[in-house]
Design a protein around this ligand. Structure first.
Ligand SMILES: [Mg+2]
Length: 325
């Protein structure tokens, strides 16, 4: 019998098999399976995460300048730190590149990682360069953990679900880049330069306001599914309440549910904290929208219209799964 491949089991099928086999160790407060690991050191608790951008997978030639690529490689990692309520601090970067890559491109990537890190209070402290068939940038980032990092587990039935900013723009930007559409603008900018929500994430953790949190990198439904699975709950979200730009609303509203790479935060908040949450969001100049609520696990994750009728949507992104139609 042929051995199952990644295309057979999918990214998340693989993780379900792999994660239970990863051994724990000294100082590990939270191992793999969340946005970051939490590790305890003699100097305090740290968050640790890694992410890669690969040509042909995350971007195509001409979509990102070397500077934009380096910046984005840092920012997507900072978003995972934000999702636990932490502050980005130290990173290392690996650049994989074909030998005919202009040397100045690699220098520009590295400088952009360092500059993006500095803007969020972090420092690039090392890296590696390797020959590869495709251009790729991988960043591993350490962050300072809050006293109580917000994990994906912890949401309870009755909690309200909030998202920051708007969703679907980055996926619309990818569509425009693929179509070589002349209508490039805000959506393509969102794809090129996400805005990790570090400030509001840190405030939510400090105030103990969110019971669970995740960043929306693979599409709202996919990431909400991860939060629900980790918390052992279900969720109901109302399609009209999911915030999206006028452009996404006009083109394809469902992109706000399934499009990836928005790097906004999705959090569950006990209803009694609603007022405090709104005050903190205003202070951080971060729009936060209530899109639904947490329910019992047996109810699953549902999207409903204004009359409460179910809206059928297929879930978000899996890196490996063969598309089934
Ligand atoms: Mg994440």
């Amino acid at each position: 019998m042929p051995r199952p491949t990644l295309a057979d089991v999918g990214e998340f099928g693989l993780l379900r098999r792999l994660l239970p086999t990863v051994p724990s160790g000294r100082g590990v407060r939270l191992g793999p399976g969340d946005d970051c690991a939490v590790i305890a050191t003699s100097a305090g608790r740290l968050l640790f995460t890694v992410d890669a951008l690969v040509q042909g997978i995350h971007f195509e030639a001409g979509w990102l300048t070397p500077r934009q690529l380096g910046r984005k490689a840092f920012l997507v990692n900072a978003s995972d730190i934000a999702a636990m309520g932490g502050r980005p601090r130290w990173c290392v970067a690996n650049v994989g590149a074909p030998a005919d890559t202009p040397a100045e491109h690699v220098i520009a990537i590295s400088r952009a990682v360092a500059a993006a890190a500095a803007r969020l209070g972090a420092t690039l402290v090392g890296g590696n360069l390797t020959r590869a068939r495709e251009l790729s940038v991988t960043v591993a980032l350490l962050g300072e953990a809050p006293a109580r990092p917000i994990t994906r587990a912890g949401a309870r039935p009755g909690d309200l679900l909030f998202v920051t900013g708007t969703l679907g723009d980055a996926a619309l930007g990818v569509r425009q880049l693929r179509a070589r559409s002349a209508a490039r603008g805000a959506a393509v900018r969102r794809f090129r330069a996400p805005t990790p929500r570090v400030e509001i994430g840190a405030h939510l953790a400090h105030g103990g306001l969110a019971s669970a949190m995740i960043d929306v990198s693979d599409g709202l439904l996919q990431d909400l599914g991860h939060l629900c699975t980790a918390s052992g709950v279900g969720a109901v979200i109302e399609l009209v309440r999911v915030p999206c730009s006028p452009q996404v609303r006009r083109t394809d509203r469902l992109l706000a549910l399934t499009g990836g790479e928005d790097y906004e935060l999705l959090c569950a908040v006990p209803a009694r904290h609603r007022r405090r949450l709104q005050r903190i969001a205003a202070r951080c100049h971060c729009p936060m929208t209530c899109i639904g609520s947490v329910v019992a696990q047996r109810a699953g994750v549902r999207v409903v219209d204004e009359e409460g009728r179910a809206v059928a949507v297929s879930a978000g992104h899996d890196h490996f799964l063969r598309r089934r139609r």
